[in-house]
Design a protein around this ligand. Structure first.
Ligand code: TPP
Ligand code: MG
Length: 285
C-alpha cells in the first residue's frame, strides 16, 4: 500500500501552505505504515471529524469517515468503537472543537480509556470562523474576541489529558512532519485512549511559526505520571520568549480499555436483536 491510496479526488480548500496539509500527509503516512506492517486494515479505519478547518480532513482522506458536529468527535468516536471494536477509530478536530465546545467529553473518554486516537489540530484560534480566542490562545493574544489581548489563563491540554486518565499523551508540531507521523503511528498502535496535540500555526489568524522555531525540543521517552504533569507545565501556552517547549510522548501506560470492560461485548452490528414492537406498544397503552 502507498500513501497515495489514501488520496481522494476532492479539491483541497485549505489555504495554500496551510499546515493542515502536513497533518493530512502525516496521517496518510501513519496509516500506510500501519497497514503495511499488518497492524491495522485499511477497510477498518474510521476518521471522525468535528467542524472547522481541521474537520475538512474528512474530505481529503480516503477512509470510512463520519463528519460530525462541532465538539462531539469523542462521543461519536466512542459510539463507533463500541459498535464495532474491530475498527481503528481516529478523531480529528480543532482546538476550539476539542477544548471549548467539546471539553466536557475529554475527561470521560480518557478515564474510560476508550481505545481510539484523538488528534487535535491546535492553531490556538477558531480559524474557520476567522479568528476568535480559544482555550489555548496565549495570555495577551489579540483576537477578534479579545481586541485588548486574551485575559484568561490558557488550558494546558497535555496536563489535563494525563490527569483525566488518557493512557497515551503526546504533543507534536507540523514544523517537524517526520516526528509527527512517527508519533501518530505510535498513538494509533497504542491500545487505549491516545491523545495527540498538534501545533498547527494558522497562517492567517494565528501565525506563531517564528515563535515556535528554535524553542521546541524532543523528549527521549515517556515520563512517570507526576514528572509528565510537571513537564506539561514547562511551557504553558504563553508567549514567553525564553520558553523551552517539549514535544513527543509525555506519558504512556497500559490499562484495560472501555471495550475490554464491557459485560456484553460487541461488535454490536453483528448482534441480532428481536424486538417485539407490538408488545412494547401494548405496555404503553
Ligand atoms: C455548536 C457550534 N458552535 C459554533 C459553531 C461555529 N463554528 C464553526 S467552525 C468554528 C471554529 C472552529 O475552530 P476550531 O475547532 O479551532 O477549528 P479550526 O477552524 O481552527 O481548525 C465555529 C466556532 C458550530 N458550527 N457549532
Ligand atoms: Mg483552531
Amino acid at each position: 500500500m502507498e500513501m497515495k491510496d489514501f488520496d481522494t479526488e476532492e479539491i483541497i480548500t485549505w489555504c495554500p501552505g496551510c499546515l493542515n496539509h502536513a497533518i493530512l500527509n502525516a496521517a496518510k503516512k501513519a496509516f500506510t505504515n500501519l497497514v503495511n506492517k499488518n497492524k491495522i486494515k485499511k477497510e477498518n479505519i474510521v476518521a471522525v471529524t468535528g467542524i472547522g478547518c481541521a474537520a475538512k480532513i474528512f474530505d481529503y482522506i480516503n477512509v470510512s469517515s463520519f463528519y460530525g458536529i462541532h465538539g462531539r468527535v469523542m462521543p461519536m468516536s466512542m459510539g463507533i468503537k463500541v459498535g464495532n471494536p474491530e475498527l481503528t477509530v481516529v478523531g480529528f478536530a480543532g482546538d476550539g472543537d476539542t477544548y471549548a465546545e467539546g471539553i466536557g467529553h475529554l475527561p470521560h473518554v480518557a478515564r474510560k480509556n476508550v481505545n481510539m486516537t484523538m488528534i487535535v489540530h491546535d492553531n490556538q484560534i477558531f480559524a474557520l470562523t476567522t479568528g476568535q480566542t480559544t482555550p489555548t490562545s496565549a495570555l495577551g493574544d489579540i483576537t477578534k474576541t479579545s481586541p485588548f489581548g486574551v485575559m484568561d489563563r490558557p488550558l494546558n491540554p497535555i496536563a489535563f489529558a494525563i490527569v483525566c486518565g488518557a493512557t497515551f499523551v503526546a504533543r507534536v508540531s507540523t514544523l517537524d512532519p517526520e516526528h509527527m507521523a512517527e508519533v501518530f503511528e505510535k498513538a494509533i498502535e497504542h491500545k487505549g485512549f491516545s491523545f495527540v496535540e498538534v501545533f498547527q500555526p494558522c497562517l492567517i489568524f494565528h501565525n506563531n511559526i517564528s515563535y515556535l522555531s528554535g524553542k521546541t525540543y524532543k523528549l527521549d521517552k515517556p515520563l512517570e505520571f507526576n514528572d509528565a504533569i510537571k513537564k506539561a507545565y514547562e511551557w504553558n501556552y504563553t508567549k514567553d520568549e525564553k520558553a523551552k517547549i517539549p514535544l513527543g510522548i509525555f506519558y504512556q501506560t497500559t490499562r484495560s480499555t472501555f471495550e475490554d470492560n464491557l459485560v456484553n461485548k460487541g461488535p454490536w452490528h453483528k448482534v441480532s436483536r428481536k424486538i417485539d414492537v407490538d408488545k412494547i406498544v401494548e405496555e404503553y397503552k
